[in-house]
Design a protein around this ligand. Sequence first.
Ligand SMILES: [Zn+2]
Ligand SMILES: [Zn+2]
Length: 348
Amino acid sequence: MKAAFLTGIKQMEIRQTRRPEIADPHSVLLRIGVVGVCGSDVHYYTTGRIGSLVVKYPEWTGHECAGTVVATGHEVTRLEAGQRVAVDPLIPCGHCDQCLSGREHTCRNQAFLGCPGQAPGALAEYLVMPEKSCYSIPDSMTMVQAAVIEPLSIGLYAQRMAHLDPGAKIAILGSGPIGLCVLLSSLAACECTVYVTDLLAERLEVARRCGAAWTGNPRETDVIQAIRDIEPYGVDFVFECAGQQETLDQSIELLKPGGTVLMIGIPEIDRVSFDIHTVRRKELQLRSVRRQNQCVAPAIDLVSKGAINVDQLVTHHFSVAETKKAFDLLADYRDGVVKAMVHVTSQP
Ligand SMILES: [Zn+2]
Ligand SMILES: [Zn+2]
C-alpha cells in the first residue's frame, strides 16, 4: 500500500509499504478515505520534533482520519465490514491509573497515530485500529466531515472544560482550525460573545462567518485595548490557541479577575513565562488542554444534527500524491488555508 513518510526536514515521500494486518482480536482494518492535515503534523514536518518527541526518519505521519472498516478481529462486537468510521487517533493502554480513572487521553502508555515511535500515521491506504478508537458515522456525514471530527472534539473538550454560562464573554487567540473549533463549539453550547484574534486576515474572515462577534489582527490593531473598549471588565475565558508567548501574555491581560485561560496551542519553544503578579492579583486560573477526552461521539452528534457546520473550515483538497503540497501550503500559511484535506482513497 501507499503511505506518506517524513524523510527529512520539510521532506516527504509517498512510499510503498506493507499493508498492516489485524493482530489483536479487538482491532479492525480500515481503508482510509480522508486525512486532515493538522498543525502538529506540520510541526513535525518543519522542525522534526514537538518537545521531547523527535522524528527518526523515515517516519509515518497524519492522524485526523476517517475511513471504512474492511475487516474485523474476532472479538470485535460493535463494528462490521462496510461501516464508515471517524477515528480517535489515540490508542490507550486501558490498564494504567489514568485509563482506569477515565483519563485515557493522558494514558501513561499511549500511542498516538503519526507520533514519532508510537504508532503508524494515518496518511496510508490501510490502518489497523482498536475497535474502541473507531466511531461509526451516520450515512448523512461525509468522509471529509468525519475527518474533521478529531479537531472538533478537541475544541468541544476545551469548551466543556470552561463550563460556559449563557452570556459568557470569551476570547479566542489564534483562529486556526482548533481556535475555530472552539468557536463553533462555544456558540453551539450557549449564547456567548466571542472575540477572535489572528495574524491572518483570511482566518479572521472565517471566524466572522462562523459567528465571532469581533475579530482583530494584532499586527494592525491594539487588540487588548480594542477588546477592553467593548469589555471594560475583561473576559471570562481566554482560549489560547496560538502557542505563542505573546498570546499567553495577552490572555492574562484580557481576563477579568477570577477568569481562566485554557492553553491549547502548541508552542514551538520549550518554555514560556507569564506575569505572575497579574495572575496573582487577578487570581487567574491557567489550565492546559491535552487533546480531548470522551468528546468524539458528542462531536459526531453535533455535526450530524446540524448544530455545527464543519464544512466552513475546509478550504483545500489534495490527492495523496500531492500530500507534500498540502504540508507546504500549511507550513507557509498560504492561500488562506485553514483545513487542508488529503483524499487517500476515493470513498462514498
Ligand atoms: Zn490534530
Ligand atoms: Zn493507560
